[in-house]
Design a protein around this ligand. Structure first.
Ligand code: PEP
Ligand code: MG
Length: 579
């Protein structure tokens, strides 16, 4: 038995056999003799048919699991595998250059992909990557490795990998997937997002996991090794002994009971015992997460992080692609509102289509709305998609990293450009409320200079805390500063609430603080009535609010504003959360 720790990325507990999913190198190609041409052409035809059938089966499985958008990607890939142009080009290379099936397929695919990339249409260029994926799948079939073309999971298992690309994550059969444990990655990795959408546990950043499993497998004569993972604490146990297995089974049973209870309580209002009602909203990172949030009683989306559309690709997403993603969420949540956050990327992540100067301090650099000064096109396209999605339901748009009134001017100006462009193009648009994220202290200090011009503010307490105490939010060595109940943060929230009241605009919280049942009570005491959080937090915060009295919360806030430390504040609200 070996116990390891990673970062908890999706709630829940699993104990099951493990399957390691490896990043496979593409099969190597070669040449053939003229006599072998006919046989090689037949082999290629068979491999393409097998790849297409596999992709169609994946599409059907994903569609049945309720993810029609993802299913469409694989159906399109199946069509690519059967594409006559690909067949023609591959055949030509085999006949004329005597390349074998693998070499000819990979080269033909690259030829078509290069043509797609050259067309100034972002959507087509993005399809080039899908086509390359198809080529590799056909090549694996030719190499006799067709089974590796998407890990099938022949038995229910926890999937272990260094990292899992989205295309692989999405092909894992939902019904046999019991969790993820990754050596790398963060809670925002695709596998983690998918795990949260599916409601299965995930732990990421577990270093040494694959080595540990391989050792255990060798000791067990190559049999699959059991793994126990806790997506709430980050604990991962390789080959658990009897007592550990029992402990995990008890945790799993408790977690299943909590999940049942969460669904049963999902329609209860988040109402304090003395009648203050709080609206609970969802934070989502992909449209896939909508169904689970709705099942857990979210009354809209308070933060739709849209970065998933923009990362890991060669060109920015086209307006139509964004529209499809936004509209699917808006339709799922209607009539409740969906708050789309404008792109929050910057110097800390390399984006191939966005050449940015390396910065010494990316979190203080050209990030989020600040990019709009040089790349307004990215934001105008996104806003156009949001205005178009608003014909399907209630849409709000907020800008991240707003520091002052000049940033607000920029937001209003790109929004007006988007509206004018749509009108010019004769495209239908709906009403969109415009707001800002309050995640930089200056934005709150000067709120009175611009609040009257916007419809709402949303406190991003993750960044607000990092910029208030000057502590990197990801630096574990500085944990003592990272409690959102720091009195300095409470004072900023208090000031934001007062400014919003003066201007008569709506105020919510969408940072992790809102999903922490103890800190959420402090926010309610401070006057916040809209809290937006990850799906897993919805039942916990609902229960905490229902167990509290507003008068007690207000009194605790009064006392807390003068406390010296976050831990003293936490102790106060912890006592109230226990009621
Ligand atoms: C925040 O900063 O609180 C926030 C919600 O945004 P993100 O975590 O995406 O930076
Ligand atoms: Mg932020």
């Amino acid at each position: 038995m070996q116990t390891l720790f990673g970062t908890a990325a999706s709630s829940g507990v699993s104990r099951a056999r493990s399957t390691i999913v490896r990043e496979e190198a593409p099969p190597a190609g070669g040449t053939i003799t003229p006599e072998a041409v006919e046989t090689e052409l037949e082999r290629v035809a068979a491999a393409r048919a097998a790849a297409a059938a596999q992709l169609e089966a994946i599409a059907v499985g994903i569609a049945r699991a309720g993810h029609p958008d993802e299913a469409a990607i694989f159906a399109a890939q199946a069509a690519m595998a059967r594409d006559p142009m690909l067949s023609e080009l591959t055949g030509q290379r085999i006949r004329e250059r005597l390349e074998d099936g693998i070499a000819a397929t990979l080269a033909a695919v690259e030829e078509i992909a290069a043509q797609l990339r050259a067309i100034p249409d972002e959507l087509l260029a993005a399809r080039a990557a899908d086509l390359t994926d198809v080529g590799l799948r056909i090549a694996r079939h030719l190499a006799g490795r067709g089974d590796e073309a998407g890990p099938g999971l022949e038995a229910p298992a926890i999937v272990v990998a260094r990292d899992i690309p989205p295309s692989v994550a999405a092909t894992l059969p939902r019904e046999r997937l019991l969790g993820f444990a990754l050596e790398t990655g963060s809670p925002t990795a695709h596998a983690a997002i998918l795990a949260r959408a599916y409601g299965i546990p995930a732990v990421v950043g577990v270093s040494g996991l694959i080595g540990g499993l391989e050792q255990a497998a060798a000791a067990a004569g190559g049999r699959p090794v059991e793994l126990a993972i806790d997506g709430d604490s980050g604990e991962v146990v390789v080959d658990p002994d009897e007592p550990t297995a029992r402990r995990f089974d008890e945790l799993a049973a408790k977690s299943a009971r909590a999940a049942d209870r969460a669904i049963a309580e999902a329609n209860l209002p988040a109402l304090t015992s003395d009648g203050a009602e709080v609206t609970l909203l969802a934070n989502i990172g992909t449209p896939d997460e909508s169904a689970r949030c709705i099942a857990l009683g979210a009354r809209g989306v308070g933060l739709f992080r849209t970065e998933f559309l923009f990362l890991e690709r060669a060109t920015p997403p086209a307006e139509e692609e964004q529209l499809a993603a936004y509209r699917s969420v808006v339709e799922a949540f209607a009539p409740h509102p969906v708050t789309i956050r404008l792109l929050d990327i910057g110097g800390d992540k390399p984006i191939p289509y966005l050449p940015l100067e390396p910065e010494a301090n990316p979190f203080l650099g050209v990030r989020a709305l600040r990019l709009a000064a040089t790349r307004p096109d990215l934001f105008v396209t996104q806003l156009r998609a949001a205005y178009r999605a608003a014909t399907a339901g209630s849409v709000k748009v907020m800008a991240p990293m707003v520091a002052d009134a000049t940033d607000v001017e920029l937001l209003l100006s790109i929004a007006s450009q988007a509206r004018a462009g749509l009108d010019r193009d004769g495209l239908a648009r709906g009403e969109v409320e415009l707001g800002v994220m309050l995640e930089i202290p200056s934005a709150i200090l000067v709120a009175d200079t611009y609040f009257a011009r916007i419809a709402f503010g949303s406190l991003g307490t993750n960044d607000l805390l990092q910029y208030t105490v000057a502590v990197d939010r990801g630096n574990r060595a500085l944990a003592r500063y990272q409690d959102s109940l720091h009195p300095a943060l409470l004072r900023l929230v208090r000031d934001a609430v007062a400014a919003a009241e003066r201007a008569g605009i709506e105020l919510s919280v969408c940072g992790e603080m809102a999903g922490d049942p103890v800190a959420a009570l402090a926010l309610v005491g401070l006057g916040i009535r809209k809290l937006s959080m990850a799906a897993g937090s919805l039942p916990l915060v609902r229960r905490a609010v229902r167990g509290a009295r507003l008068t007690d919360l207000c009194a605790a806030v009064e006392a807390s504003l003068d406390e010296a430390t976050a831990s003293a504040v936490r102790a106060r609200f912890q006592a109230l959360a226990g009621n």
